[in-house]
Design a protein around this ligand. Structure first.
Ligand code: ADP
Ligand code: MG
Length: 462
């Protein structure tokens, strides 16, 4: 019987895992290992709980908790749509658990994990559905602000087309993340994504980096070398800090775009290349054009589709969300168990102008992790730029209600961890407004059921 089961299990086109209630794996089929739980290297955890799944709203799925509640309630099945990273892909899976109770033996749990990514692909961009593409973007690019919603929309549109994209925005606003997302969601996703930081090379080196060279074409060119354009063939090339390239390379770049061919330095043979260009800059290119530093014709060729990244201070309601995201991420990396920021620390973070944007915020949290004593980050754990701010000026462009809502955001993260939910009418209004009065989203955000939300609203006479 068991050999029959094995044959069956190995031939099913879905992942099967059998584990006990502590999640110790007793059986796992090949499909699960190779197609769904494909971790880098030879990592093969023997406990199923060591595989990380995410819920579709980007939170880590708590498998231990799921098991505990099944055991406690005696519930025999559980189903959920989850995300899992497999190899270098994200998969959307239908995850179900079934208990089999056996007399005189320990109960076992059968996990069935079916890859439904392709099914979701078909509806990714149809209006009104929350497709896989969006899951992917939102899992990595955090932000609820309206300005970020617009960025998500732009990413989908850019991914659906083949035109060149220009991403502008201050340093640390996530330009590179956006470029990654566009590539990953585009038809070229199986091709290479090649990145070049144009400010990192001298003139000659940048030229050979981009176009390649033949042996002996300049001192140091010991052998033939293909350039990044050739390497990006069939995929996408990301030209970061495009505002830094000099006039002679600008002319060459224009030619690449127009003729779709390149010549290696020192060679006169032209090579066909097929790639989509995504460029990024924190410079004001129109200003550079006025000063004759950047070619206008090149600008228009690159700027077919423009994405302007908002600075963090223009979407400061996302600060708690980002802080929470980085805390969870660093907890994962370090095995620490930081629960959140103290109210005062968060208030400081909300009021700080973040000139280095999200990169600076990430650094601040990393800094705090080094100093934190206990599991709440306090004002003293923050970098000196933040904690030494004496006057906390008014927050940019937001009304009182928004401020209250944003502080509520902050509180709610802490409350969620401790399981309390306290909210006043003004705060609830703020949170509802932030979710466009969508009750489902509001309830989800607050971590309560829709009925509970409805009861609260009724209590406040809303
Ligand atoms: N919306 C975001 N959500 C999560 N992390 C972000 C976000 N934007 C930026 N980051 C992180 O901040 C850092 C800087 O982002 P990056 O894309 O390199 O910015 P830029 O290219 O604009 O300077 C990276 O570590 C990136 O992962
Ligand atoms: Mg960058």
């Amino acid at each position: 019987m068991f050999t029959d089961f094995k044959t069956l299990a190995e031939n099913l086109p879905c992942g099967l895992v059998i584990a006990d209630k502590k999640l110790n794996i007793e059986f796992v089929n090949d499909f699960a290992l190779k197609k769904i739980l494909d971790l880098p290297g030879d990592t093969r955890p023997s406990n199923f709980g060591d595989y990380t799944f995410y819920t579709t709203d980007m939170r880590r799925f708590d498998m231990d908790n799921c098991m505990r509640s099944m055991v406690e309630t005696g519930k025999r099945t559980f189903h959920k749509t989850l995300l899992v990273k497999s190899g270098n892909q994200e998969k959307l899976v239908y995850f179900s658990v079934n208990t089999f109770v056996r007399k005189g033996e320990k109960d076992l749990y059968l996990f069935n994990i079916t890859d439904i990514s392709d099914e979701m692909d078909c509806i990714t961009h149809s209006p009104g559905t929350f497709g896989r593409g969006e899951y992917l973007i939102r899992k990595k690019i955090i932000g609820n602000d309206q300005k970020m919603q617009e960025i998500y929309r732009m990413i989908s549109l850019a991914a659906d087309s083949e035109v060149n994209v220009m991403i502008q925005g201050e340093s640390g606003t996530g330009k590179e993340l956006v470029a990654d997302a566009i590539h990953e969601l585009s038809e070229r996703k199986n091709g290479p994504l090649v990145k070049v930081n144009c400010s990192a090379f001298s003139e000659t080196l940048l030229e050979s980096e981009l176009f390649g060279h033949v042996k002996g074409s300049f001192t140091g060119a010991y052998k033939d070398k293909p350039g990044k354009f050739e390497m990006a063939n069939g995929g996408t090339i990301f030209l970061d800090e495009i505002g830094e390239i000099n006039q002679s390379i600008q002319v060459k770049l224009l030619r690449v775009i127009q003729e779709k061919t390149i010549e290696r330095v020192g060679d006169n043979k032209s090579v066909k290349v097929d790639m989509r260009i995504i460029a990024a800059t924190n410079k004001n290119l129109r200003g550079l054009i006025k000063k004759d530093i950047f070619r206008e014709d090149l600008f228009y060729r690159l700027n077919v589709f423009n994405i302007l990244m908002p600075s963090l201070r223009d979407r400061h309601l996302d600060i708690p969300l980002l802080a929470d995201y980085f805390i969870e991420k660093i907890n994962d990396q370090t095995g620490k168990n930081v629960k959140g920021l103290s109210r005062d620390a968060l208030k400081l973070m909300m009021e700080y102008p973040w000139p280095g944007n999200i990169r600076e915020l990430q650094n601040a949290i990393e800094h705090a992790f080094v100093l934190v004593n206990g599991n709440i980050i306090e004002v003293n754990d923050l970098p000196v730029e933040l904690k030494n701010r004496t006057s906390s000026g008014p927050l940019p462009d937001t009304g009182r209600q928004n401020l209250s809502a944003s502080l509520y955001y902050a509180e709610s993260f802490r409350n969620r961890h401790s399981g309390r939910l306290t909210i006043n009418r003004e705060q609830l209004e703020g949170v509802l407004e932030m979710h466009d009065f969508n009750q489902t989203k509001t309830a989800e955000f607050l971590g309560i059921s829709r009925v509970a939300l409805w009861k609260k609203m009724k209590k406040f006479g809303m």
